[in-house]
Design a binder for this molecule. Structure first.
Ligand code: PMV
Length: 335
């Protein structure tokens, strides 16, 4: 019999970050990691993580290196815990070396957990020779980071809330080339966010009087957003995306202690977007758990949006994203 150790147990995967149009903010089951509402996102082709994972009997512990960045104990433990899920499936105790590289350094303040855990999952599963279906891969990835499960499938993705671990998974609603949308990602702060999403969600569920109302509304909005996508109706889709963004941030801000992820420049851009629309520029905004603003528009509007942004003070960097593909394996390893 050929033992697993006889194969080269090394694989590399590339996964993109995603922007939530209907957001995940709170769990209905902390143990099973089930979200309170289904969510909807677009993969971001220019914001990606490449990760190489190698399992070997020579490794005495799991190690993590993020090229050009510092890693801390907490990150290594999170990666190790996630690898345990794959070790369990493959019935192995082998440790792994993990090397990862982000196209958008942590210093940009863009959350990398979605792309990082989607890439880690696919590389780890591949390296251990596990042939998991995409659905199963999203389920396992969900356990590491909720939003990461949406970076596994292609293009525009829905994560179903489910009633059990097996029924809470992500699937592609439309391929990346379904609609030539753009996410003009406006980076306004280079610092890492202070309050982690998982912590923020728990505080929100416990203390915000708007928490349940927002969850209820998000379940309605996701249905309406799917209809708007069917018609490629940016006006309606944009209105829905903005409503869920504001509703979610109302929950964050009305939590105790309050979570203010926005900076003055974030608010400046949000207010300007409404004004730009009145001037005929079809662009809509959304913000995740941080101060950076995602401006959603169609391809032909990008130039106008970039010109408008020139007048905003405090913009550090702009990344224009197309709808991205799902996670893929690559033959080029990082080590
Ligand atoms: O999956 P987490 O723990 O990184 O939380 C994601 C939270 C938001 O980005 C604000 C919303 C979302 O659905 O991506």
């Amino acid at each position: 019999m050929v033992k697993k150790e006889d194969f080269m147990m090394k694989k590399t995967a590339i996964a993109t970050a995603n922007i939530a149009f209907i957001k995940y903010w709170g769990k209905k089951d902390e143990v099973l990691h089930l979200p309170a509402n289904p969510s909807f996102s677009m993969n971001l082709d220019a914001c990606f993580t490449i990760t190489t994972v190698e399992f070997s009997p020579e490794y005495k512990k799991d190690t993590l290196e993020i090229v050009g960045e510092m890693t801390d104990e907490e990150e290594i433990n999170r990666v190790s815990q996630h690898l345990d899920r794959f070790r369990k499936l493959a019935k192995t105790n082998l440790f792994a070396r993990v090397v990862s590289k982000n196209s958008f350094p942590k210093s940009t303040g863009v959350a990398s957990s979605a792309s990082a855990f989607a890439a880690l999952s696919a590389a780890a599963a591949g390296a251990l020779g596990l042939s998991l279906s995409e659905k199963k891969l999203t389920i396992v990835t969900r356990l590491a980071s909720g939003s990461a499960c949406r970076s596994v499938p292609e293009g525009f993705v829905e994560w179903l809330e489910g009633t059990s671990s097996k029924t809470s998974y992500a699937h592609s609603l439309y391929p990346h080339d379904y609609w030539d949308l753009r996410d003009v990602l406006v980076i306004v702060a280079k610092n890492k966010k202070k309050v982690k999403s998982t912590v923020g969600m728990k505080i929100g569920k416990k203390t915000s009087i708007f928490y349940q109302a927002r969850v209820k509304r998000a379940k309605v909005l996701i249905g309406e957003l799917k209809q708007a996508f069917e018609r490629k109706d940016l006006g309606k889709a944009g209105e829905i995306i903005e409503e869920d963004c504001i509703n979610t941030h109302c929950v964050m801000m009305s939590s105790y202690p309050p979570l203010f992820y926005w900076l003055p420049v974030t608010f400046d851009i949000i207010r300007s977007v409404g004004e730009w629309r009145r001037q005929g520029v079809a662009v809509y905004q959304t913000v995740d758990a941080g101060p950076n603003v995602h401006l959603i528009c169609e391809k032909d509007t990008v130039g106008k949006v970039l010109r408008k942004l020139e007048r905003i003070e405090g913009v550090e960097k702009i990344i224009v994203n197309k709808p991205g593909r799902g996670v893929v394996l690559s033959k080029k390893h990082l080590f």
